[in-house]
Design a protein around this ligand. Structure first.
Ligand SMILES: NC(=O)c1ccc[n+]([C@@H]2O[C@H](COP(=O)([O-])OP(=O)(O)OC[C@H]3O[C@@H](n4cnc5c(N)ncnc54)[C@H](O)[C@@H]3O)[C@@H](O)[C@H]2O)c1
Length: 219
């Protein structure tokens, strides 16, 4: 199985290594050519990620980095981990997410799964991102490809030794079927099709934590 992770930063790189360590082939995509070069050279650029762990996955042939978005056509799942910095009015700047949507849409294929991992307000996936992906691909979310929201739950500074982090613990395997209770929020409301599960409790928590004044919408 092969997946693409877009945005190889504090969230994307550990996630990529976690998948690779589980035997999943990972294509890391980043607009920063220096990061792509470092990864392909087997080097880490994040302090708490060891160069050895990156080098090991390179040697195993399970990690490759590129800035060529067209290559998403060759993977089964696409995980979006680009930044969403808060603007002055505490709204997330979604330009990176939408830019990523524009970049991957022409290369989407039927049967693929697209997962937004970036922090945002509930509803982003099923409104703006869905429209961008459908318009650029000519495919329909929920019919031709799967679309989900799975917020990153790393909590910097809360690391407890010996205990897997939320993302390690609950990361569902991105097979066609969802794993219940993993906090995968959904995009397409209640329609019953595989790959999507709605967790209202988790989306509430995320929304309250990051966007206390924001609108909560659950598809
Ligand atoms: N860092 C954390 O502990 C943490 C925890 C919870 C949630 N999050 C959320 O996860 C998301 C990612 O955060 P991060 O800390 O990994 O950010 P980061 O800045 O460390 O990494 C983002 C990466 O995306 C790349 N990028 C930017 N625009 C791109 C584009 N259009 N296409 C491809 N790559 C692009 C950047 O070059 C960078 O390498 C954010 O929404 C953040 O709020 C982060």
């Amino acid at each position: 199985m092969k997946i693409a992770i877009i945005g190889m930063g504090y969230v994307g790189l550990p996630l990529a290594l976690r998948f690779a360590q589980a035997g999943v082939s990972v294509l890391g995509i980043d607009v920063d050519e220096n990061k792509c070069t470092a990864l392909n050279d087997g080097r880490s650029y994040i302090k708490h990620i060891s160069t050895e762990s990156v080098a090991a996955m390179r040697t195993a042939g399970l990690l490759e980095a590129t800035s060529d978005f067209a290559r998403v056509s060759a993977v089964e799942a696409i995980l979006i981990c680009v930044p969403t910095p808060l603007k002055a009015e505490r709204e997330p700047d979604l330009s990176y997410v939408f830019g990523t949507g524009e970049s991957i849409a022409p290369h989407l294929r039927s049967g693929q799964l697209v997962v937004l991992e970036s922090t945002t307000y509930p509803g982003t996936t099923d409104t703006e991102l869905r429209v961008i992906l459908e318009r650029g691909s000519g495919l329909l979310a929920g019919r031709d490809f799967h679309l989900a929201y799975s917020p990153e739950r790393e909590d910097p500074g809360q690391y407890r030794p010996g205990r897997p982090s939320d993302s390690q613990d609950c990361r569902w395997p991105y097979s066609r079927l969802p794993r219940p209770g993993c906090g995968v929020l959904l995009a397409r409301g209640r329609e019953s099709h595989p790959g999507i599960i709605l967790s209202r409790r988790r989306s509430d928590q995320v929304a309250r934590k990051y966007f206390p004044l924001g609108e909560h919408r659950f598809g």
